[in-house]
Design a protein around this ligand. Structure first.
Ligand code: PMP
Length: 365
């Protein structure tokens, strides 16, 4: 009980502020699914020029017209179908602020998601007074379509979040299961979060004409531009118009709008080159770990690997930290997560260092 308890929402007592792990002596940051720096320097020049042209004394364009036009050109969406945010994190929060009406006779609105998945769906739901409901992924970390359908019938969610490729498991949800989910969702909004789609094939935005309740979430964070904090939501125009009412008018800074628009129009070839290089590294690291023995890998379509360690993940994680390499361990969740690590693909030198330490872990058993 603190001085502020009478004022604070009760949900906050179950939440903790997000603080990334920062042990000292880390040289290789392979924990946050960031891309390695762009090698050519051209992206940096494009961003610098865009920032230089920005009028610093003016507020940003509240309608983000240039940025939306650049996203529209890149994706085939119409600007009216787009909402831009300070990363997809903000868009998740905006959606949950707007779509929070409890169903008839229910005390709270419900949001449905698989588990394990990106934590912000659950955290942001709680922070908005919405009840998060989680359905475990199946044994191969794919969507349990039957379980999701039962949860939809019983819990009547307003929103269903599905990341594909999924974080932390790296795999795409199979198309057939996603179709089952979309058909069962009724009037609930199904948000397919494509944060990692640049590493994992075709976007599902083309499905929107068939499923009007489908919304697509995207971000620039995973392709080497996490510092900009720019994401977008692509959905039915009528929904976007309503949800836009709860957005802060100047939510994306003018410098980020300008930089993101410039990268999308002038620098996308470089971004894609870098994505290709990361995919190649991903396969090299995956092959090396598979042949080392002691690790099982889920086929990844993202810029990270979901690694099952024979040894407890906590021990492997500790060994990596001692060697200056930070990854994400999920051992604290227990159960089938006690042997799981999520390893971001970094620059080749970081990946080499990782492989060296991991292969030593196996031979030292
Ligand atoms: N969605 C998924 C599936 C993610 O893994 C992440 C980042 N960890 C995000 C969204 C957040 O992205 P942003 O930086 O755009 O807020």
């Amino acid at each position: 009980m603190s001085l502020w308890s009478p004022l604070l929402r009760p949900e906050l007592s179950e939440l903790t502020a997000y603080v990334p792990a920062e042990p000292s002596g880390i040289r290789s940051h392979l924990d946050a699914n960031e891309a390695p720096p762009h090698p050519s320097g051209r992206i940096r020049e494009i961003v610098a020029r865009a920032v230089e042209r920005t009028a610093l004394e003016r507020y940003p364009d509240a309608r983000a017209r240039a940025l939306k036009a650049a996203i529209a050109d890149r994706t085939g969406a119409r600007p009216e179908e787009l909402l831009v945010g300070t990363g997809s994190d903000e868009l998740i929060a905006i959606l949950l602020t707007a779509l929070a009406k409890p169903r008839e006779r229910a005390a709270q609105a419900v949001v449905l998601m698989p588990t394990p998945t990106f934590v912000m769906y659950r955290v942001s739901s709680r922070a908005h007074g919405i009840k998060p409901v989680e359905v475990p992924l199946d044994a191969s970390w794919d969507l349990d379509a039957g379980g999701m359908k039962r949860a939809i019938e019983m819990m009547r969610p307003n929103v269903v979040f599905v990341a594909s490729p999924n974080n932390p498991t790296g795999n795409r949800v199979s198309d057939a299961r996603l179709v089952e989910l979309l058909e069962a969702a009724g009037d609930a909004l199904v948000v397919v979060d494509e944060a990692y789609i640049d590493y994992g094939g075709e976007s599902l935005r083309g499905w929107r004409s068939r499923f009007p309740n489908l919304g697509i979430l995207r971000t620039l964070s995973k392709v080497g531009l996490a510092a900009l904090r720019v994401g977008w939501f692509d959905a039915d125009e009528a929904l976007v118009r309503e949800v836009d009412k709860v957005r802060q008018p100047y939510n994306v800074s003018a410098t980020s709008q300008a930089a993101a628009a410039a990268v999308l129009t002038e620098g996308w070839a470089e971004v894609q080159e870098q994505v290709k290089a990361v995919v190649k590294e991903r396969e090299r690291v995956a092959d090396a770990l598979r042949s080392a023995g002691g690790f099982k890998l889920t086929p990844s379509q993202a810029n990270f690997l979901w690694v099952r360690t024979e040894l407890p993940a906590a021990d492997v994680y500790g060994g990596l930290v001692a060697a200056g390499i930070l990854v994400r361990s999920f051992h604290a969740a227990g159960g089938r997560m006690a042997h799981q690590l999520r390893v971001t693909i970094g620059a080749p030198a970081d990946n080499d260092r990782l492989l060296e330490v991991l292969t030593k872990t196996v031979t030292a058993r």
